[in-house]
Write a protein that binds this ligand. Structure first.
Ligand SMILES: Nc1ncnc2c1ncn2[C@@H]1O[C@H](COP(=O)(O)OP(=O)(O)OP(=O)(O)O)[C@@H](O)[C@H]1O
Length: 258
C-alpha cells in the first residue's frame, strides 16, 4: 500500500488560477518518485502539499491510507516521524547560530523520539546524532561545529542527517543537489542512493536534472501546467516517452558536443 498519496488534488493560491488540477500520485515503499516538469509546472507546490505544509483546495493527501488532517496534532506527529524533508539550499536551511549536533538532534526532540530523561536523554540524543552523521559520511566531531565551517556539499549532508536521524520512511527532497557543483552533486546523489539501500528510505524528489532522477527514483511523474501528463516507471517515461511534453522536456536537456 502507498505510504503517501495525492488523490485528485487541486490547489490554487489565493485569488489565482489553479496551479494543480486533479493530481494523483502514489508513493509506494521502496519505489521513489520523481516529480519533473518545467519551471512553474507546480512541482514544489505538490511537494508542499505532500509534506502537509499547505492544505489542498481539492482532493486529499493520504498517509498510510487515511486522510492527512493538519489539525490533528498526534496524527501530524506520526506523519512527521514517517516523512521528512530536505530543501534545495543548504545555506539557508540550517540555523547558523546552532551547532550541527543541535541541528541534527532537533527532530528527535520535537517529534518526541527520545525516551529517557536528564543525562540518559542527552546521551541517547548524542548517540543518535553520531549515528546519523556517520550515515551521511561526516566525522563525529562535526557535531561540535557550526554550519559556516562546512562546504555546500557538507551542509547538505548535515541537512540529510537531520532528515534521517529519526529513521523516516520517506524523504521528500526539493531540488536537493541543484545548488551544488557537479562533482559534489554526484556524491550527494550517491549518498541518497546509499541511504535508499541501507535504510529502505523512499525518496520523492523534485528535480530538473533527469540524470539524477534516473539514478534515484523508480517512478517518474511529469507535470505540465499543474496536471500530470504522464507517469510510470522512470525507464519507460524517460526512455520511451508517450506524451509530447515529456519528449520536449527530454530534448531540452543540454548534451555535451560529440
Ligand atoms: N506563494 C505563492 N503565491 C502565488 N503564486 C505562487 C506562489 N508560489 C508559487 N506560485 C505560482 O504557482 C505556480 C507553480 O509554482 P511551483 O513553485 O509549484 O512550480 P515549480 O514547478 O516547482 O517551479 P520551479 O521549477 O521553478 O521551482 C507558478 O505559476 C508560481 O508562480
Amino acid at each position: 500500500m502507498a505510504v503517501l498519496a495525492a488523490d485528485r488534488v487541486g490547489f490554487a493560491y489565493r485569488r489565482s488560477a489553479p496551479v494543480l488540477t486533479e493530481v494523483s500520485v502514489e508513493v509506494v515503499p521502496g519505489r521513489g518518485v520523481a516529480l519533473v516538469g518545467e519551471s512553474g509546472a507546480g512541482k514544489t507546490t505538490l511537494l508542499r502539499l505532500l509534506l502537509g505544509l499547505t492544505r489542498s483546495t481539492e482532493g486529499r493527501i493520504l498517509f498510510d491510507g487515511s486522510e492527512l488532517n493538519l489539525g490533528d496534532r498526534a496524527r501530524m506527529r506520526a506523519f512527521r516521524r514517517g516523512v521528512q524533508t530536505v530543501f534545495q539550499d543548504p545555506y539557508s536551511s540550517l540555523d547558523p547560530r546552532q551547532r550541527v549536533g543541535r541541528i541534527v538532534a532537533e527532530p528527535l526532540r520535537s517529534l518526541g523520539l527520545l525516551t529517557g530523561g536528564g543525562t540518559a536523554r542527552r546521551t541517547e540524543a548524542e548517540a543518535r546524532v553520531a549515528e546519523a552523521l556517520d550515515a551521511v559520511g561526516l566525522p563525529p566531531d562535526a557535531a561540535r561545529r557550526y554550519p559556516h565551517e562546512f562546504s555546500g556539499g557538507q551542509r547538505q549532508r548535515v541537512a540529510i542527517a537531520r532528515a534521517v536521524v529519526g529513521h523516516p520512511r520517506v524523504l521528500l527532497a526539493d531540488e536537493p543537489v541543484s545548488a551544488l557543483d557537479v562533482s559534489t552533486r554526484v556524491r550527494i546523489v550517491d549518498l541518497l542512493a546509499e541511504l535508499r539501500e541501507t535504510r529502505g528510505l523512499t525518496v520523492v524528489m523534485v528535480s530538473h536534472d533527469l540524470a539524477v532522477v534516473a539514478t534515484l527514483c523508480a517512478r517518474t511523474a511529469v507535470l505540465e501546467k499543474g496536471r500530470v501528463v504522464e507517469q510510470g516507471d522512470t525507464g519507460a517515461v524517460l526512455g520511451s516517452p508517450r506524451h509530447p511534453y515529456t519528449r520536449r522536456l527530454i530534448d531540452s536537456v543540454p548534451r555535451l558536443p560529440r
